[in-house]
Design a protein around this ligand. Structure first.
Ligand SMILES: *[C@@H]1O[C@H](CO)[C@@H](O)[C@H](O)[C@H]1NC(C)=O
Ligand SMILES: *[C@@H]1O[C@H](CO)[C@@H](O)[C@H](O)[C@H]1NC(C)=O
Ligand SMILES: *[C@@H]1O[C@H](CO)[C@@H](O)[C@H](O)[C@H]1NC(C)=O
Ligand SMILES: *[C@@H]1O[C@H](CO)[C@@H](O)[C@H](O)[C@H]1NC(C)=O
Ligand SMILES: *[C@@H]1O[C@H](CO)[C@@H](O)[C@H](O)[C@H]1NC(C)=O
Ligand SMILES: *[C@@H]1O[C@H](CO)[C@@H](O)[C@H](O)[C@H]1NC(C)=O
Ligand SMILES: *[C@@H]1O[C@H](CO)[C@@H](O)[C@H](O)[C@H]1NC(C)=O
Length: 453
């Protein structure tokens, strides 16, 4: 049952390029959580701590696999490298039944200018806020980095100031369930390489994810992900000003794809400057006033979304330009006339011209309607007639000099209108049925490469 305690390798630090310490863990009492440690212990061996001293400076890597047997606490006993002049630290905790990441641990871990923490299959994951670094001044001039990756955990709360005081950072959560993503999870992070939520269910993003009220993206092609990515997520509430993005120098990216967003409050996604924005294949339960405020030089794609309910000015902040697509979106309206005869009641900004929206499903139970039912087709047929009427109005208006980039002629628009009600409605709504449990799916590509530039 027990593994044998591996031999500890002793290497004189001077001659050594590598110092390998295989590590055990000490248990205070059998029912208490395990304190993960980087010292040789006398019981089960779960962790491997490797320090290296290559030319670039000292590094440490701590990898633990708890074999689904242990509830684990990370505190300063795990990370005792204060005097080691580390340049980078990598900590990975895998297969624990629960993990508690204490502020004492975070404070020690952040002593390394480049610090990365991965927690995979960590069961219930408790995260604490990070206190200010006690040696912050020493590091202030460094090009520091901190990255956190959470895969397949149940995280009741991502607390405020969980990541702080770095020149660059990254944060990724995959196949997890999250309760509250608090306001100001990021504090004094000068640039973010990536901020990613994938295949994850989040109860609420309470407000701006950064205490400063905005996030500066900066690009570096280390991973297959970069910028803001919300992909296949369910977020029941995206609070006011949640993701307010700006950019450093390169063209950055923001993507919201294949997701279910419940209430999307004012300024939930704000993007300005050199950013490409893709909002595609989502279901929005409710868009509040100016939910998206996108005024960027990069491409803007707002395609194949379903909007169940929207404030009249919900998309007034989504500015279109000549590299914008608005394809096959579906918007629920209570009566076809409302939209078809009155263009000012469409949710889009006038810079977006005549978007190829629509439509129409019954007012009361939009998701219950099968697209192939007779009533839908009756409505769709009605709509086509109404759209024809609308088109003549648009054409007439464009002769007045109103520019409409997306008016591609009658028939494609009508066909798109039909296709959109056919393709989008039931399917998209059901892709993102909230999963209560993180799945045990394979983990790919989650390794961090520490930043050294
Ligand atoms: C680190 O070094 C300081 C003095 O530089 C010393 O007081 C302290 O005990 C050392 N800590 C450890 C853990 O070695
Ligand atoms: C963790 O557990 C899973 C299945 O329980 C196993 O496949 C995997 O090898 C374990 N270790 C790591 C590092 O994922
Ligand atoms: C995780 O927390 C939930 C409540 O938040 C609890 O019901 C469950 O038993 C916990 N699981 C573990 C493995 O501790
Ligand atoms: C989307 O995320 C859910 C978990 O929320 C997962 O079960 C599902 O497999 C994911 N779908 C895809 C296509 O990755
Ligand atoms: C978004 O961030 C910009 C700075 O990039 C700031 O000027 C603006 O006030 C912020 N908007 C909101 C709603 O917080
Ligand atoms: C798009 O508009 C910009 C100015 O807003 C112009 O420089 C560019 O040439 C235009 N591109 C196309 C393909 O029309
Ligand atoms: C068109 O819609 C707007 C806003 O929804 C409303 O104020 C206006 O009265 C409507 N016009 C007509 C002719 O119905």
């Amino acid at each position: 049952m027990k593994q044998q305690l591996p031999q500890r390798l002793r290497v004189s630090p001077r001659s050594a390029a590598y110092l390998v310490v295989l590590v055990g863990v000490l248990r205070a009492a059998s029912c208490e959580p395990l304190v993960a440690k980087c010292n040789p212990g006398d019981s089960e061996v779960y962790c491997q701590c490797v320090t290296k001293s290559p030319r670039g400076g000292n590094t440490v890597s701590i990898k633990c696999d708890f074999e689904n047997k242990e509830a684990v606490v990370l505190n300063k006993e795990l990370f005792n490298f204060r005097n080691s002049s580390l340049v980078s630290a990598y900590v990975r905790m895998v297969n624990a039944t629960s993990v508690h990441v204490t502020k004492e641990f975070l404070q020690e871990w952040m002593q390394a200018p480049s610090a990365a923490l991965d927690i995979w299959r960590g069961g219930n994951l408790t995260l604490e806020s990070m206190p200010p670094l006690d040696s912050y001044d020493k590091h202030a001039s460094y090009r520091t980095f901190a990255g956190v990756g959470i895969v397949s955990c149940n995280v009741p709360e991502v607390p405020t100031m969980f990541l702080r005081d770095r020149t660059r950072g990254g944060f990724r959560i995959k196949t997890s369930t999250v309760g509250s993503f608090r306001k100001g999870v990021l504090h004094n992070m000068k640039q973010m390489r990536y901020l990613v939520l994938e295949d994850t269910v989040v109860e609420a993003v309470d407000g701006s994810v950064a205490t400063e009220g905005f996030v500066t993206l900066s690009r570096r092609e280390v991973h297959s992900w970069t910028g803001l990515i919300l992909s296949n997520v369910t977020i029941h509430r995206v609070g006011e000003g949640a993701f307010n993005l700006t950019h450093q120098s390169d063209m950055e990216t923001a993507e919201v794809t294949n997701s279910y967003l419940g209430t999307v409050e004012t300024g939930a996604l704000i993007a300005a400057g050199d950013i490409s924005v893709t909002i595609k294949g989502n279901y929005f339960q409710r868009l509040e006033k100016a939910a998206f405020q996108v005024d960027v030089t990069g491409e803007v794609k707002f395609d194949e979304n379903v909007i169940a309910s929207w404030a009249p000015d919900a998309l007034e902040g989504l500015m279109c330009h000549n590299r914008t697509t608005l394809e096959r979106n579906t918007v629920r309206v209570d009566t076809p006339h409302q939209v078809a005869l009155n263009e000012s009641s469409t949710p889009f900004h006038t810079s977006c011209g005549n978007p190829q929206i629509f439509l129409v499903i019954t007012p009361s139970h939009p998701l219950a309607v099968q697209v192939t039912t007779v009533s839908t087709w009756v409505l769709a047929a009605l709509l086509i007639i109404l759209l024809l009427a609308t088109l003549s109005m648009y054409i007439w208006r464009s002769q007045e000099g109103i520019t409409r980039y997306y008016n591609r002629g009658r028939f494609p628009i009508i066909l798109n209108g039909r296709k959109s009600s056919q393709e989008n409605l039931p399917n998209n709504a059901e892709i993102n049925v909230p999963a209560q449990e993180a799945t045990e799916e394979g983990i790919t590509n989650t390794l961090y490469t520490n930043e050294e530039s």
